[in-house]
Design a protein around this ligand. Structure first.
Ligand SMILES: [Zn+2]
Ligand SMILES: [Zn+2]
Length: 568
């Protein structure tokens, strides 16, 4: 049992009660208890007072006791029996919580995604109190995008799952080493499951520990070479664990990273040399199996350089292996040009962000807080920008190993004007322009805004150029090829926003930008110190588009950055 499972169980009980139209006070008691546990910084083993915590009452305490003693909650089992099965999938429709689903169920007898869709199409939903025509349209649109997702989980959600599992494996007895494999290791935008390769000589021991440590909805297979489960985290997702011996690790990792087509091409290549690739190693005609120290050694055996996981796609990467040495790698990155601090909606001070960038070995960085139009993000007024510039210049004097530039992430307003005047912009070293509002404008108007920004002499870069959130929203539908043309014409940078929520620009556009000679900046847009690590995701994603080191602005040395961007 772990805390996450207890929290999830309490939340689930609240949700199911809501679906059944239970008393709101009862429902909120369960939510509150879940929240109390979630906010407590201690892990379950460090809590001896769990039933006495403020916010845990009689009902919620009974559930926790059940979970601790029996590993399951009788109340939840009972609710699962009672709630009509078809209502559960409705919870996946964004904006439809338990309460609203209960209303629809009561008023229209809606009990499945199909009956919800039919009711929307017949215009019945708008007649239910609290729902309007607009809501009905939104629900229909959501239903459509749900059916196109087909059980795939977006990368930012998979990342949370992977981080959680890795944390468990980190200190697990009997685990020698491990790695995530599969589509997540290839930096795919969506995954249908997650794969882990675990090196151990004690698979049974590791398997039992995993079964205890992970929140599991159901166990599909549990053997000595493999454990398959459905994890019950934020989103349900299948996870496979392969238990291998140390000498098999590299081959298993390659095999289970895929892609399928990449593996097919590698097997053909092997066959042409009289060899056979399996998940255990490479077998020759005499049946002798060669194993490898690393994936690099495995590829070298076939006279290939290490093909990075993100490139393993349709097999053609094997023909282009000669180009790999020119591609951007994490080691090439010297700076991050987009991050936020407590001055706007970031969680850390300028100094803390600078120290974190120093630890990464960067030679320079730009502080780019939001501007006044973005009130929800505590955007800076011109006065506050000038105060921030003074603070940054003073701080910069304290460091001789890292250069801190004064920047801004300035809003492009709905009427195609900019949030700051030219005089203020000229005082800044680096100006990012972004759209954060009125996404539903027609393309023509969106392009007018982007044009106004990109041609402005003080603007250096357009951030997250399409505004998409993977698996959630498409963004504001700009004409990206046109934007790329403008970037070329005006000599401006386009961003690859490395936050896994965004990965914006997407692969095909990145490739087009590079082809047209437009410089790209890979930026984390970090709002916390931890998010600076997204540089890794960004670089891996850029490799999918075969982006070269020279294309990427933040691989440039400080002197070149000053000469070509800051002083331009
Ligand atoms: Zn932004
Ligand atoms: Zn930002």
């Amino acid at each position: 049992m772990n805390k996450k499972t207890i929290v999830r169980t309490l939340e689930k009980i609240a949700l199911y009660m809501e679906l059944l139209g239970e008393n709101p006070f009862k429902v909120s008691a369960f939510r509150k208890a879940a929240n109390v546990l979630e906010l407590d910084p201690r892990s379950l083993s460090e809590m001896d007072d769990i039933l006495k915590l403020k916010g845990i009452g009689k009902g919620t305490g009974a559930v926790i006791t059940d979970l601790l003693e029996k590993g399951q909650s009788d109340l939840l089992l009972e609710l699962e029996e009672t709630v009509p099965k078809g209502l559960i999938p409705l919870l996946k429709v964004p904006g439809l919580g338990g309460k609203r689903i209960a209303k629809l169920h009561e008023a229209l007898g809606i009990d499945s995604l199909d009956s919800l869709q039919a009711a929307c199409e017949e215009g019945k939903v708008r007649g239910v109190p609290g729902f309007g025509k607009k809501t009905e349209e939104n629900i229909l649109a959501m239903l459509e995008s749900l059916s196109s997702q087909d059980g795939k989980v977006p990368i930012w959600q998979v990342e949370q799952v992977v981080a959680f599992v890795e944390q468990q494996l980190e200190n697990m007895e009997g685990v020698q080493r491990f790695s995530v494999a599969g589509s997540f290791r290839r930096t795919e935008e969506e995954s249908s499951d997650v794969d882990f390769i675990v090196v151990t000589t004690e698979p049974a021991q590791v398997r039992e520990q995993l079964l205890k440590a992970l929140p599991i909805a159901n166990t599909i297979a549990a053997g000595d070479s493999k454990l398959s489960v459905t994890l019950d985290l934020e989103e349900q997702i299948d996870a496979d664990f392969r238990f291998v011996r140390d000498e098999q690790f590299a081959s298993a990792l390659h095999h289970f990273t895929g892609s399928k087509d990449h593996n097919v091409r590698m097997r053909q290549l092997a066959k042409s040399k009289g060899l056979k690739i399996s998940e255990y190693g490479v077998e020759n005609e005499e049946g002798e199996v060669t194993t490898f120290e690393s994936e690099e050694a495995f590829f070298a055996y076939f006279d290939l350089p290490l093909i990075p996981p993100s490139l393993r796609k349709d097999g053609r990467e094997i023909d282009r292996a000669g180009e790999i040495k020119e591609l951007v790698t994490l080691d090439d990155i010297r700076s991050d040009l987009h991050m936020h601090t407590t001055w706007s909606d970031g969680a850390y001070s300028i100094r803390e962000m600078v120290e974190a960038c120093r630890l990464k070995g960067y030679s320079h960085l730009v502080i780019t807080d939001h501007t006044q139009y973005l009130k929800v993000a505590n955007g800076l007024t011109p006065e506050r920008v000038r105060a921030q510039i003074a603070e940054i210049r003073a701080l910069n004097d304290e460091y001789d190993d890292i250069e801190i530039f004064c920047g801004t992430e300035m809003d492009i307003l709905p009427d195609a004007t900019l949030d700051f005047d030219d005089e203020l912009l000229s005082e800044l070293d680096f100006v990012i322009a972004s759209i954060h509002s009125n996404f539903n404008q027609p393309q023509e108007q969106i392009m007018e805004r982007l044009h106004a920004a990109i041609k402005h002499p003080h603007v250096d870069m357009i951030a997250h150029p399409t505004g998409r959130i993977i698996g959630k929203r498409d963004g504001y539908d700009p004409d990206v090829p046109q934007l790329i043309e403008w970037a070329k014409e005006y000599g401006k940078i386009l961003e690859l926003n490395a936050n896994p929520y965004r990965l914006d620009l997407a692969v095909d556009y990145l490739a087009l930008a590079q082809e047209k000679g437009v410089p790209i900046a890979i930026n984390t847009d970090a709002h916390t110190i931890n998010q600076l690590m997204y540089m890794d995701t960004g670089v891996n994603y850029a490799q999918k588009a075969w982006i070269k080191k020279e294309t990427v602005v933040n691989t440039w040395p400080l002197e070149k950055f000053i000469r070509d961007i800051i002083r331009k």
